[in-house]
Design a binder for this molecule. Structure first.
Ligand code: NDP
Length: 246
């Protein structure tokens, strides 16, 4: 499996799943643009990739800003002459039961997790349409499929990402652009790190494979969708959750 010759832009590439996707894609030969709203934090990922013999550079990218998304895409295309793969990974949580959920926390989660996907995809589509090829991979969540108490905002955004994925896949299929989603379950990152050991144990007990997942296990599915091995797959959601949502 090879991504050699391809340029990939990953949002939120400085830690967690985004970082794992960046490392995996670079290992498969892609030139990786590390999108981050904290470019200095992404420099360590760039160094890690280069140490392993891969190629990467950092791009300032705040998915909450339309101008930032389009400037990041322009920078990638200006520097590499192309954009083959976009991974919409950046995301946040602001958990609370609905009656206590503030409008601000609703808006922030929807703006980052759903509108951010709209902003970056729209910017990335321009060079992809011109090239008549490209791959967009959106990181959704099993919470968007099965729900989770205390996460109505997050679930709405992640379910929205799935609807977005399928609709855009239909819009751009005739131009040979594929759009898919990956829906992870509970993955060991900072996002789930705030759970107590007890909560993590209880969670693992509900997962058929008996453990939480690793960012690298999500990255493997993203790399598969990005590559030519997935050339006939579009509009799909690959669930990576140890069997939790089946
Ligand atoms: P982390 O909290 O570890 O990382 C989130 C990343 O998103 C960080 O790089 C963060 O940047 C970035 N980010 C947040 N807001 C913005 C923004 N406005 N602009 C640019 N970057 C931003 O989370 P994960 O790695 O776990 O999550 C990655 C994706 O996977 C998310 O979409 C999440 O919803 C999804 N997911 C995660 C699961 C899990 O169990 N971990 C399960 C299902 C889905 P910064 O460092 O600057 O904050």
């Amino acid at each position: 499996m090879s991504l050699a010759g391809k340029t990939a832009l990953i949002t939120g590439a400085n830690r967690g799943i985004g970082r794992a996707v960046a490392l995996a894609m670079a290992e498969k030969g892609a030139l990786v643009a590390l999108g981050s709203r904290r470019p200095e934090a992404a420099e360590t990922v760039r160094e890690e990739i280069e140490k392993r013999g891969g190629q990467a550079f950092v791009v300032a990218l705040d998915v909450g800003s339309t101008a930032s998304c389009s400037e990041a895409v322009d920078q990638v295309v200006g520097r590499t002459g192309r954009l083959d793969i976009l991974v919409n990974n950046a995301g946040i949580t602001r958990d609370s039961v609905l009656l206590r959920l503030s409008e601000e926390d609703w808006d922030q989660v929807l703006d980052t997790n759903l509108k951010g996907v709209y902003r970056c995809s729209r910017a990335a589509l321009r060079p992809m349409l011109k090239a008549r090829s490209g791959v967009i991979i959106n990181i959704s969540s099993i919470v968007g499929l099965i729900g989770n108490p205390g996460q109505v905002n997050y679930a709405a955004a992640k379910a929205g990402v799935i609807g977005f994925t399928k609709s855009l896949a239909r819009e751009v299929a005739s131009r040979q652009i594929r759009v898919n989603a990956v829906a992870p379950g509970f993955i060991d990152t900072d996002m789930t790190g705030s759970l107590s050991e007890e909560q993590q144990k209880a969670l693992a007990a509900r997962i058929p494979l008996g453990r939480t997942g690793k960012p690298e296990e999500v990255a493997a599915a993203v790399c598969f969708l990005a590559g030519d091995e997935a050339s006939y797959i579009t509009g799909q959601v690959i669930v990576v959750d140890g069997g939790l949502a089946m």
